[in-house]
Design a protein around this ligand. Structure first.
Ligand code: C5P
Length: 228
């Protein structure tokens, strides 16, 4: 199959920019699979927390330790299913304790190495919409379409809270903005694969777009690949 028959689409951006929900819907409309790379980082974090390894010791974990963690990713029709210690995980990946530790885990070379293998294996056959922080810059540098999503910090905080079923007031939004800004800081300042806009990415500011508009903009970029 030629390259354009099974494109790779990457969506990167800061926390709460709507990457995962957007990537999932773009993948659905195109008949591609969705790879939520943040979910993989979260799964490794969950496995370590469940194993009772104190976060202060994570920095000493070797490649072998990381490879030995009970995290499995299997490809289903439209999604990748993530398992930790033999059970399918989804909501647990978004728990406050996983969220509080994941950016630190993501700064560790041994963790990124394990995840790079998992992500390359998932992307091998193309037909993929992958979202994360370094999908277009490091993991899939030859992706056919690269998108970088941005949105105003307060808007991102408001959307994050609404996703969890909260109708946020101003102080909720302020608090959540601080949490998101701190995660962005860690993701942008780390040495390995920091959050960066790939130079060849289409930048889409979603602050004043609705969900359908941002999905359609990305689908159109992919469909344009098929036009001479
Ligand atoms: O996207 P999500 O918020 O689930 O990502 C969780 C964390 O995983 C990010 O804050 C970041 O530290 C890490 N991550 C990463 N590289 C990716 C995806 C996620 O470092 N490609």
């Amino acid at each position: 199959m030629d390259k354009l028959a099974q494109p790779v689409v990457t969506l990167d951006g800061p926390a709460g920019s709507g990457k995962s929900t957007t990537a999932k819907e773009v993948a659905r409309r195109l008949g591609f699979r969705h790879l939520d790379s943040g979910g993989l980082y979260r799964a490794i974090t969950l496995a370590l927390l469940e194993d009772g390894v104190p976060p202060a010791q994570w920095v000493d974990l070797t490649d072998e330790d990381m490879n030995g963690l009970p995290v499995l990713v299997s490809s289903q029709e439209a999604e990748f299913v993530i398992q930790v210690a033999g059970r399918v995980v989804q909501d647990e990946l978004r728990s406050p304790s996983v969220t509080a530790h994941v950016a630190f885990l993501a700064s560790l070379p041994a963790a990124r190495k394990r995840l790079l293998h998992l992500q390359h294996a998932a992307g091998e056959k193309g037909g993929l919409v992958a979202d994360g922080r370094d999908m277009g810059s490091v993991v899939f540098p030859d992706a056919d379409v690269k998108v970088y999503l941005v949105a105003d910090l307060h808007e991102r905080a408001r959307r994050r809270l609404e996703e969890t079923g909260i109708i946020p007031n101003n102080s909720d939004v302020e608090r959540e903005s601080e949490v998101i800004a701190e995660r962005d800081r860690q993701d942008s300042e780390r040495e390995l694969s920091p959050l960066r806009e790939p130079s060849d990415a289409h930048v889409i500011d979603t602050t004043s777009l609705n969900f359908n508009e941002q999905v359609e903009e990305i689908v159109a970029l992919v469909e344009a690949l098929y036009v001479d």
